[in-house]
Write a protein that binds this ligand. Structure first.
Ligand code: SF4
Length: 353
């Protein structure tokens, strides 16, 4: 059965008359986290019954949750057809209260969502890649991951969260559905998460970066670069054979991005593979002329992984080199190291059971 969450509010307006019902339905689903049409009290009974006959609300349910010591929570969701996808809730800042117990700073969260079941890209460091590609997620299946996580953690509907399309799958390989998900997620009568809080992360499908740019949604872009020469990048990411580093960089240069924002380049640092200063030097050269920010990520070894975690020292000197050369660079601690944090691991464990 189709989920009503697959519709943008504009589409619902065309489908359900009078059109103000669309706003009410959006409120119930995305702000009140209601899961039954019967509970949508301000809709007429016959409409509630009609909707119940035709649609389901959430297209997924929580199958399993793992909580890390650092507070990140990894969710395994089961879809209607039995396939599973993962999402992660990452606490970015803790809530702060004054002496009287009044909240002075609200907690801040990012939610990392999946866009496909499996993936075609075949990155060598990724467990999702090993299972191959199964299918695209629908826009509603993408949005539902956020609703379920907000609901499960009792995150106030008005608390904005950041969204990163960095879970399972290559979002730009499912471009139309991802674009629609961005619109559903940003709707002010629903989750109301501005595109400026939504980051689409890609392995570098240059032609799709161009198409995403043409939609001019205002989303942020993150590129999984990981290597600075084509030979190594091809080894790590076979997609580089079709879209090499130069084509990715050129596509980024043309991408419309808010003047105050930067394009994020993800660089997965692997011990003795790409953690030396020579690589840092090349990276600086490559990003010349782009408002870029680099995020260094510790490689997170998984059982049977051929790669290793880099040392803290090599991470720090890499970062220092970039900072000294005018590129904002941060090191992302591998959140959830003690749980199954690398993409695809929770699913693999669950299937092995
Ligand atoms: S890292 Fe991302 S793009 Fe690469 S195979 Fe895994 S899910 Fe796909």
């Amino acid at each position: 059965m189709k989920t009503i969450m697959d519709f943008t509010k504009e589409e619902l307006k065309d489908l359900i008359k009078p059109s103000f019902r669309a706003k009410q339905i959006y409120n119930w689903i995305y702000q009140k986290y209601i899961q039954n049409f019967e509970d949508m009290k301000n809709l007429p009974k016959n409409l509630r019954e009609d909707l119940k006959r035709k649609y389901l609300i959430s297209p997924l349910k929580i199958e399993r949750v793992e909580i890390s010591k650092d507070g990140s929570k990894k969710y395994l969701f089961k879809l209607q057809d039995g396939y599973t996808v993962e999402s992660v809730l990452l606490p970015m800042k803790k809530e702060q209260r004054d002496k009287e117990g009044k909240i002075i700073h609200h907690a801040r969260y990012s939610i990392c969502v999946s866009s496909q079941v499996g993936c075609k890209m075949g990155c060598s460091f990724c467990l999702t890649a090993k299972g191959g590609f199964i299918r695209n997620l629908t826009p509603g299946e993408i949005a539902a991951q956020i609703v379920e996580i907000k609901k499960d953690n009792k995150i106030d509907p008005n608390r904005r969260v950041n969204i990163v399309y960095m879970g399972m799958g290559e979002p730009l390989d499912n471009l139309e559905n991802v674009v629609k998900a961005v619109k559903i997620i940003q709707d002010q009568d629903g989750l109301s998460i501005s595109p400026r809080r939504q980051t689409i992360s890609t392995s570098g499908l240059s032609h799709q970066i161009k198409r995403l740019g043409e939609y001019d949604l205002g989303v942020l872009l993150a590129i999984s670069l990981h290597a600075v020469d084509d030979k190594l990048r091809e080894e790590l990411m076979p997609i580089n054979k079709a879209y090499n580093i130069e084509s990715v960089i050129n596509a980024v240069k043309d991408f419309p991005i808010d003047q105050r924002k930067r394009v994020m380049f993800e660089y997965l640092v692997i011990k003795d593979i790409n953690d030396d200063i020579k690589s840092a030097k090349k990276l600086v050269k490559l990003l010349h002329g782009i408002k870029a920010k680099v995020n260094l990520i510790y490689f997170n070894p998984y059982p049977s992984s051929p790669y290793q975690r880099p040392s803290k020292e090599s991470m720090e000197s890499f970062k220092e080199y970039l900072n000294k050369h005018g590129i904002t660079c941060t090191i992302r601690e591998s959140k959830g190291l003690d749980i199954s944090a690398a993409c695809g691991q929770l699913r693999e464990k669950s299937e092995a059971k």
